[in-house]
Design a protein around this ligand. Structure first.
Ligand code: FAD
Length: 518
């Protein structure tokens, strides 16, 4: 069975026994990638249960270095999460709800440790939102059973997508593997089930006495980054100024975007030098805001009060947020994408190049292709890259350098502040033409044309590749091909490491051969 089915079976098999569990001294919500109070389904359910029984709600977050490593969490993302936990702890404390944060070294010990903590706190009920990676689904299935055997209830609910995975099927009953029909079904499903856009209330205040009883939990602090890959002080300062953390910052960013930019999003979203997108990915990845709140807020601004029709910017933005749901649905339906495999098996046999120098040049932004280098330097400097550039550099790595896309996928996760397995895997699959709904492999981005089309004045390149600042608007896209070689060389900017036309042919035949051997 697919991992989601294992979890669903565990929930179904234990449904009766879980129902009969009586609430004891407290109820627990386990925070994972849902670091917010508002519109958090599991937290709202846990709070309701606790309130009904008149017992306190306790919140728990487990810091797991092994989990961070397994999920390739970047230091900047870990730092963002730990900062956010601090905000969360303060906000919860205002409601007399403790947030207990503990580090557990081995991820396999997490379920046992949760059980121990629940015993210590006299908790009968645990609630959490579902995460869709294979390991998480399997772990949760085991935990549901374990807790049930120990007379406790563990409720795991869908929350991170607007439409839960499994709800959309084509006319012939199949899961969609192509975005456009899937999106039409997504819109129709929400219009038919408008409760999917109802937002959940924040938790209620705990009863008097909770503070005294659980003083130790209120007093515990959020640990420092538990990995070796710590950020330097200079980096911390820079990232903290660039990426304000927590739920309040997320809401502020969303409202500012909706006030100022969503209307022009359709026209501006592809220009990397233009600050025309929302940057909500940073918050969506850590769950400081829900996708539901994003879609609901944008939709409410649309005159039609629908997801389609009306303002073009709003419609387009909602359709982008939908991509995030789409890739989560893919992950659940085809879990093999979680196991380092391309979506389509026939793409498993491409003979990749393992040229480490080329890979290093790509990582460091010194390929001699200014748009690629600008984008990689943006990623390395601020932990974020514009979507258009993500596509350009991913295509360049897989097609021009013929380097295994999984190396790029990994590098992104290790450096992005918004690193998200499903979206990153989907984006890489799409760009390397090995994924779901791929562009055909023979459609290969020409970095020069992309550069001229999406950064016509060279503003983005000038910002991130200062060596090329002095070149004119034509030369900047291709200094060595447009008579600005000596100037570029003098400033230390490298010559192109490959010749696009030539490597394009190499990619075409490698993909073709790979597929025929696949
Ligand atoms: P906006 O344009 O404002 O879009 C709003 C939201 O919609 C985003 O925050 C995001 O949640 C969602 N969204 C938009 N485009 C996509 C998309 N193509 N796929 C999935 N969701 C989308 N996104 C991540 O969140 N994490 C990743 O690790 C990630 N890796 C990517 C790797 C590659 C190779 C590619 C091509 C794309 C990747 N994306 C990833 C998708 C996209 O680039 C980012 O979501 C987007 O750039 C974030 O900026 P924004 O919040 O300003 O987006």
């Amino acid at each position: 069975p697919r991992p989601i089915e294992e979890l669903v079976s565990a929930l179904e098999e234990t449904a009766d026994s879980r129902k009969s569990v009586e609430v004891k001294d407290s109820v627990v919500h386990w925070f994972k990638m849902d670091l917010r109070l508002n519109d958090n389904k599991s937290l709202a359910l846990a709070s309701e249960k606790a309130k009904e029984a008149g017992v306190p709600l306790i919140c728990l977050y487990i810091v797991s270095p092994q989990d961070f490593e397994a999920h390739l969490r970047s230091p900047i993302r870990i730092d963002f999460m730990l900062r956010t936990l601090q905000v969360l702890k303060e906000d919860l404390a205002k409601l007399d709800i403790p947030l207990y944060v503990e580090t557990v070294d081995k991820r396999k010990n997490i379920p046992d440790r949760i059980l121990e903590l629940m015993e210590e706190w006299g908790s009968s009920h645990l609630f959490a939102n579902m995460e869709y990676e294979v390991d998480e689904l399997r772990r949760e299935a085991l935990t549901v059973r374990d807790l049930s055997e120990n007379g406790k209830s563990f409720e795991v609910v869908h929350d991170s997508c607007v439409v839960p995975p499994g709800k959309l099927q084509s006319g012939s009953g199949k899961q969609y593997a192509v975005y456009s029909p899937w999106f039409r079904a997504w819109v129709a499903h929400i219009h038919d089930n408008l409760d999917l856009l109802e937002l959940f209330d924040p938790p209620a205040k705990n009863p008097d006495g909770a503070r005294k009883k659980y003083k130790k939990l209120f007093d515990c602090s959020v640990p420092d980054a538990p990995t070796n890959k710590q950020l330097a002080d200079e980096e911390k300062k820079r990232f903290h100024a660039l990426w304000p953390c927590g739920e309040h910052a997320a809401v502020e960013r969303l409202h500012k975007f909706c006030e100022e930019k969503v209307g022009s999003y359709h026209n501006r979203r592809n220009i990397p030098s233009d600050d025309g997108t929302s940057c909500m990915s940073v918050h969506l990845a850590s769950g400081t805001i829900s996708a539901r709140t994003c879609v609901r807020t944008a939709r409410d601004r649309n005159k039609t009060k629908k997801l389609n029709g009306g303002n073009e910017g709003i419609q387009t933005w909602i359709s982008e947020v939908a991509w995030r749901d789409f890739y989560r649905h893919i992950l659940v339906n085809w879990p093999h994408v979680c196991m380092n495999k391309p979506f389509k098996p026939e793409y498993s046999n491409i003979s990749w190049s393992y040229d480490e120098e080329h890979f290093a040049s790509w990582c460091e932004g010194r390929t001699g292709f200014p748009i690629v280098d600008a984008a990689m330097r943006q990623l390395n400097h601020i932990g974020y890259m514009h979507n258009r550039c993500r596509m350009i550099v991913a295509s360049f790595l897989a097609k021009d350098l013929l380097i295994d896309w999984r190396k790029g996928e990994r590098y992104f996760m290790e450096h992005l502040i918004d690193g998200d397995f499903a979206s990153n895997n989907g984006g890489w699959g799409f760009s390397a033409s090995v994924g779901v709904d791929p562009q055909p492999y023979f459609r290969i981005f020409n970095p020069l044309l992309q550069s001229e089309k999406f950064d016509p004045s060279g503003k983005y390149i000038r910002k991130w590749v200062p060596e090329l600042k002095g070149l004119d608007n034509k030369q900047i896209h291709d200094p060595y091909g447009r008579k600005a070689g000596p100037q570029a060389k003098k400033k230390g900017y490298p010559e192109p490491i490959v010749e696009h036309k030539q490597v394009r042919e190499r990619a075409l035949s490698a993909y073709k051969d790979g597929i025929s051997n696949g």
